[in-house]
Design a binder for this molecule. Structure first.
Ligand SMILES: CC(C)(COP(=O)(O)OP(=O)(O)OC[C@H]1O[C@@H](n2cnc3c(N)ncnc32)[C@H](O)[C@@H]1O)[C@@H](O)C(=O)NCCC(=O)NCCS
Ligand SMILES: Nc1ncnc2c1ncn2[C@@H]1O[C@H](COP(=O)(O)OP(=O)(O)OP(=O)(O)O)[C@@H](O)[C@H]1O
Length: 199
């Protein structure tokens, strides 16, 4: 039976960093952020709904969605973010479940669903175990500002758009503390996967 692992955390806590590490253990990862980019490509149903709702000013010259502009709009305004979520999330969920089922049918020992809003969107019923990549807020803030070039205000808007990572850690079956080095996080992941008997 395939073990489905839900990987989450808060923005810039290190989900993508940890999700890359699963490759070393031969465990496939389905990335919700990547899927959320696919489902809003021109021609997709969600693309039209976004343009109808937010207007053409959030488009690039090539008609694709300008994510920086749309992000600035929705992280300023909870109601607009909820509207965007209601357009994008059903499409992401459908595609994620399709891919998860594909892996389960092929009989892999384990598969990871990397979902930033796993707890907020109540998606834990899609997974067997949950892992939270945890960092203290100050570390999160500085890594986010450095990675994306956001001001402190912009970074806090994005951090506060999610459940605090401390609360997520309390809900999780396991926590990877990513305040230290990437190597530290790798070692925690390796012992967890051994404990869960998936490697
Ligand atoms: C607002 C958008 C256009 C900004 O795009 P951008 O390329 O700058 O960011 P990206 O998609 O890579 O997301 C980066 C991180 O932001 C956080 N985040 C993204 N969307 C949301 C949201 N709706 N609520 C809270 N946090 C979010 C996540 O931690 C995510 O890992 C984009 O994030 C989006 O379409 N969001 C809605 C869909 C969504 O919820 N995606 C995340 C999980 S499926
Ligand atoms: N242990 C670490 N030490 C130093 N830098 C790190 C560590 N882990 C991650 N980082 C850096 O912090 C930033 C955020 O990490 P990452 O992109 O993996 O977070 P994320 O949770 O996937 O973010 P998002 O929610 O935006 O998708 C990146 O620039 C990454 O290289």
């Amino acid at each position: 039976m395939t073990r489905v692992i839900g990987l989450t955390g808060s923005i810039a806590s290190g989900k993508s960093t940890v999700s890359l590490m699963f490759d070393d253990f031969g465990i496939p990862v389905i990335d919700a952020d990547k899927i959320s980019r696919e489902v809003v490509m021109p021609g997709e149903k969600a693309y039209k709904q976004i343009v109808d709702t937010f207007g053409e000013s959030i488009l690039r010259d090539d008609q694709s969605i300008n994510r920086k502009k749309l992000g600035a709009v929705v992280f300023e305004d909870d109601k607009k973010r909820r509207t965007l979520n209601s357009i994008v999330h059903p499409a992401v969920r459908e595609r994620m479940v399709e891919r998860r089922n594909g892996y389960v049918e092929s009989g892999v020992k384990s598969v990871v669903l990397d979902i930033p809003l796993l707890f907020e969107s109540q998606l834990t019923n899609f997974v067997d175990k949950t892992v939270v990549v945890y960092v203290d807020e100050q570390v999160q803030l500085s890594r986010l500002m450095e990675r994306d070039g956001y001001s402190e205000k912009e970074a806090y808007q994005r951090i506060h758009a999610q459940m605090p990572v401390k609360e997520k850690a309390e809900l999780a079956d396991a926590v990877i503390d990513n305040n230290g080095s990437k190597h530290d996080a790798y070692q925690q992941l390796e012992s967890l996967l051994r404990e869960w008997d998936v490697v």
